[in-house]
Design a protein around this ligand. Structure first.
Ligand code: SF4
Ligand code: SF4
Length: 180
């Protein structure tokens, strides 16, 4: 069962908090975790790097006490926005603030995708109803494939149905815009 609002469809199970992570651990690897306190120590990790607390395929070994950053993480699958679990979709969607501008207003979505899954990314994006809807609304995607913020791809369906490797100048402009 799903719930429709403004053209977006939400998975009712997500809205009812009935979904679980299953065998997905993508958020414990792909995004960066900035410095945060955890058990009286400073905890941080780079993007595209497994968290030491993650038992791959099982879950977080310190789940009840996990850092606040992890508790606050809003997964698009668990909240019902994405219908495909990130490890099955092959990518993770995040909404990064752009100089304080809501990414939904800026119409830019950030996607974390491992390098070896890049060739299927556009096909997999189009499997998600809500992303297809956002594309029709003029959204584009910035793709991160590793911890190097300079090494970005762009998917802008208005320009091409292929991923675009932006020029160094475009990356610098985007980094300035993203404050990265
Ligand atoms: S990305 Fe979402 S579904 Fe996957 S482990 Fe993290 S919270 Fe769970
Ligand atoms: S502390 Fe737990 S929830 Fe947080 S990134 Fe590590 S394994 Fe994942």
């Amino acid at each position: 069962m799903s719930y429709l609002t403004d053209g977006l469809i939400y998975n009712q199970k997500g809205l009812n908090k009935e979904l679980d992570c299953g065998d997905c651990n993508m958020c414990c690897k792909l995004p960066k975790i900035n410095k945060t306190y955890f058990k009286d120590t400073i905890f941080q990790k780079d993007s595209f790097e497994w968290c030491k607390n993650c038992e791959i395929g099982v879950g977080c070994k310190v789940y009840k006490d996990r850092p606040k950053t992890c508790k606050d993480y809003e997964c698009t699958f668990l909240c019902g926005f994405s219908f495909i679990r990130p490890n099955k979709a092959g990518f993770l969607i995040t909404l990064e603030d752009i100089n304080g501008i809501n990414p939904l207003e800026a119409k830019v979505i950030t996607i974390f995708c491992e390098d070896h899954k890049l060739s299927n990314l556009v096909k997999n994006i189009k499997k998600e109803h809500n992303l297809r809807y956002l594309i029709k609304q003029g959204f584009k995607f910035v793709i991160r494939t590793n911890k190097n913020n300079k090494d970005l791809w762009v998917y802008d369906p208005k320009i091409s149905d292929e991923l675009i490797k932006p020029s160094q100048k475009q990356v610098e402009d985007a980094r300035e815009l993203l404050n990265a």
